[in-house]
Design a protein around this ligand. Structure first.
Ligand code: 5GP
Length: 183
């Protein structure tokens, strides 16, 4: 049953969010797990839709209660995690569910649910990744530098994944990912 669970990961700014949004818009049968995070909402982000925005204290309570399928500290600052119960419920309903999470989280999901499919979204090149990260303009220079350090480590982990899909063009990448999800 857990083969209906797909983990999508990849380096920061590779465009995972755009690919996932494209998939959700065109495939209503595929559902996205809403993560919890301790980071502040960005302009336009909605609590319960983009993330569950939690205090560090509330986040730690969920970990202690065993309510997180996986969690990780990302970019050296904030915690992000997947609430466990919605995943169990979705799998029980036989839904196709995707998790858009970081590499550390992907490893934890694979350990907990070996049948989960792990898909790595890769950039066409390192130069293109840097261009996308600096062009986005949502992070300070300091945050961008930290995210590039993380991105280098993340790129090195792609061999641990079941599939690698290059995000050269959003619609093409999304369609390849959907084929893998539904294979
Ligand atoms: P952002 O702050 O840009 O929304 O996300 C930063 C990073 O956190 C992204 O690489 C994203 O994949 C990761 N992330 C988001 N949700 C989760 C989660 O539930 N668990 C883990 N491990 N990582 C997450």
């Amino acid at each position: 049953m857990s083969s209906r669970l797909t983990v999508i990961a990849g380096p920061t700014a590779v465009g995972k969010g755009t690919v996932v949004a494209h998939i959700l818009a065109h495939h209503p049968e595929i559902k996205l797990s809403v993560s919890a995070t301790t980071r502040q909402p960005r302009p336009g982000e909605v609590d319960g839709k983009n993330y569950f925005f939690l205090t560090h204290e509330n986040f730690d309570q969920l970990i202690e209660a065993g309510d997180m399928l996986e969690y990780a500290t990302v970019h050296g600052t904030n915690k992000y995690g997947t609430p466990k119960q919605p995943i169990i419920d979705a799998l029980a309903r036989n839904e196709q569910i995707i998790l858009e999470i970081d590499i550390q989280g992907a490893r934890q999901v694979k350990a907990a649910m070996p049948d989960a499919k792990l898909i790595f979204i890769a950039p066409p090149s390192w130069e293109e990744l840097v261009r996308r990260l600096t062009g986005r303009g949502t992070e300070s220079a300091e945050e961008q530098a930290q995210r590039l350090v993380t991105a280098r480590e993340e790129l090195a982990a792609q061999s641990e994944f079941d599939y690698v899909v290059i995000n050269d063009e959003v619609a093409r990448c999304a369609s390849e990912v959907v084929d893998l999800i539904q294979a």
